[in-house]
Design a protein around this ligand. Structure first.
Ligand code: HEC
Length: 244
């Protein structure tokens, strides 16, 4: 998706919409940085925004929308300032389609509002385009998913769980099962669309909430399982199933 990979200058976009002063005004007046809770903002960002946006510090890897580090880098260099970024992000949450999308994806409205939207904007503004990792409380605000106990099939059913926190990852990256007929179930409570695919064997539906499954015969071997939603496998949503 060219839109996701081509960095764009936010300041330019905002200017072309004639909204730069509005964005800056917003950041100065209605969003007071000291009131905004960046820890809550980070958690909300990972859950509600990360499936579509890369933000290095938040560890998110979605590619449906623009890479925010790349998108804001040039504008920061041009002097937009972090207060300006906060205003742009806050405005984007309130009016996602305002600038008109020419790309393949669109950003949903009503993802967050009020103080939650302020928190998200405050966090994004504080960390966007910064190298390294969040430190201290901010560093531990979001659990790293994916390192959970391997899945073990029971009674011919293997359940693979999408990260409930909205990360592009399953809760574990390894699974085991006995040879024979196997029902592969995906559990997804994240609200982010996911599936489970095993090449040559089958795939579940793509769902945002609930469970979905397929059944196939497996002989002893190792198989990759992954999510085929664009960008999700690349972001790390995959694992290995060992059939004995
Ligand atoms: C379902 C996918 C999706 C989700 C979820 C999503 N976005 Fe977006 N976002 C997009 C797309 C697509 C665009 C580009 C649309 C446009 O510019 O018209 C975009 C654009 C943006 C931009 C403008 C970047 C630029 O280069 O102009 C910002 C900032 C942004 N999103 C922040 C957020 C925040 C904060 C959240 C969470 C509250 C969020 N997004 C959730 C898909 C998403």
């Amino acid at each position: 998706m060219p839109r996701a990979t081509r960095p764009r200058t936010v300041a330019h976009l905002v200017l072309s919409a004639g909204a730069v002063s509005a964005a800056l005004g917003l950041s100065a007046c209605s969003v007071k940085e000291r009131d905004a809770d960046q820890i809550a903002g980070k958690q909300a960002f990972v859950q509600k925004c990360g499936s579509c946006h890369i933000l290095n510090r938040a560890g998110t890897k979605g590619v449906t929308g623009p890479n925010l580090d790349a998108a804001f880098g040039p504008s920061l260099d041009d002097g937009l300032g972090r207060g300006g970024v906060r205003g742009v992000v806050r405005k984007q949450i309130d009016f996602p389609s305002q600038r008109g999308s020419t790309g393949t994806g669109t950003m949903p409205a009503d993802l967050a509002e009020g103080s939650e939207a302020d928190d998200i904007a405050s966090y994004v503004a504080a960390v966007v385009s910064k190298k390294g990792e969040d430190q201290g409380l901010l560093g531990s605000a979001v659990e790293k998913a994916g390192g959970g106990e391997p899945y073990v099939a029971e009674g011919g059913t293997l359940t693979i769980v999408a990260d409930p926190g909205g990360g592009l990852i399953y809760t574990a990256d390894a699974a085991s099962a006995e040879a024979g007929a196997l029902k592969v179930v995906m559990e997804n409570d994240s609200g982010v669309p996911h599936n489970v695919v095993i090449d040559q064997k089958g795939e579940t539906d793509v769902i945002e909430q609930g469970t979905t499954d397929f059944t196939a015969d497996f002989s002893p071997d190792t198989y990759a399982f992954y999510c085929s939603v664009t960008g999700h496998r690349e972001a790390g949503m995959e694992g290995t199933l060992t059939v004995k």
